[in-house]
Design a binder for this molecule. Structure first.
Ligand code: SD4
Length: 296
């Protein structure tokens, strides 16, 4: 029997990991665990980068992206969803109930209603107030006016899990870059960019500047390194270095990865300091402060 494990991005996943643990430890499926972690963060109005309470785009509309993945043949995603809260569950429904991989915008909303998902207002009063002060400070609407210090906080919840049967699963959910250009979709819902899972070789989930991950297929690259036999830590380092090399980086850019193999070995690493992860190998989730490749 394999030892169960959940590894999730950022300290906001502490309670989420805790809430998903009991079921996983009792023999539950890794897919259920990563979905539960993401749902917990989607409901948390204190988190301004995922689900309810997520900050809107430059036009004031909140739009969400999510992905779930079990294998190259089994993934589901949604993007640019504006009226649904549980987008990770919706991505799972795409995987389980359609022949497709990704549903976007109005089509995803329609599918959600057909599947019985309830619609939600995603913009909270707090997020509206933050948006309005950004708008007032920016002078005009446009991503060029985003304060770089704000961007440091655009954070996806990503979760990887291994269940007692040895099955890997991954999921991620985000409202994307705050005050993004309307219509912008990042790496998170695109398999290979923000998330990749191969049942035999390993899994990787990314958080950080989506445009970088989208230029380098970062999550796929990390798992490909694992497929070639690299230990998880080396695989993550290789994928982060390659992503950094292939782009001209802005001071606020971040590339942060979690990796997990079916043998239970795992790693967390980032380009710049500040990344945090939550590891569950028993009831008490543990905060991880991963190494960064650069010092600032
Ligand atoms: C994105 N990587 O949309 C995602 C979300 C994010 O830190 O910004 N995460 O770019």
């Amino acid at each position: 029997m394999t030892e169960a494990l959940i590894l999730s991005t950022w300290s906001f996943a502490l309670e989420a990991n805790r809430s998903a643990w009991a079921q996983l430890a009792a023999g539950g499926a890794s897919l259920d665990a990563v979905e539960a972690v993401c749902r917990h963060v989607e409901e948390d109005t204190e988190v301004d980068s995922v689900g309810l309470g997520g900050l809107p785009d430059a036009a004031g509309d909140v739009s969400l992206d999510a992905c779930v993945m079990l294998s190259p043949a089994q993934s589901g995603s949604v993007c640019a969803v504006t009226k649904q809260l549980y987008v990770t569950s919706l991505a799972r429904a795409v995987m389980e109930h359609t022949p497709h991989r990704l549903l976007a915008g109005a089509g995803a909303e329609r599918f959600a209603v057909e599947r019985g998902f309830e619609t939600h207002e995603l913009l909270t009063e707090r997020a509206r107030t933050t948006y309005e002060s950004w708008l007032a400070d920016a002078g005009s609407v446009g991503p060029q006016n985003i304060d770089p210090s704000l961007e440091e906080h655009h954070d996806t919840v990503g979760s990887l899990a291994l269940d007692t049967s040895g099955a890997l699963a991954g999921a991620c959910s985000t409202s994307g870059m705050r005050f993004k250009t309307p219509g912008r979709v990042g790496d998170s819902p695109i398999p290979g960019h923000g998330l990749w899972v191969h049942p035999q070789h390993g899994a990787c989930v990314a958080t950080g500047s989506g445009e970088l991950m989208m230029g380098s297929n970062t999550a796929f690259l990390a798992v490909e390194e694992m497929r070639r036999g690299a230990p998880v830590e080396d695989a993550l380092r290789g994928a982060i270095e390659r992503t950094a090399e292939e782009h001209e980086l802005e001071p606020e850019d971040q590339v942060a990865l979690l990796g997990l193999r079916p043998d239970g070995s795992w790693a967390a690493m980032s380009l710049r300091p500040g990344f945090r992860a939550i590891l569950s190998v028993n009831e008490e989730p543990k905060l991880i402060e991963p190494a960064s490749l650069w010092s600032a």
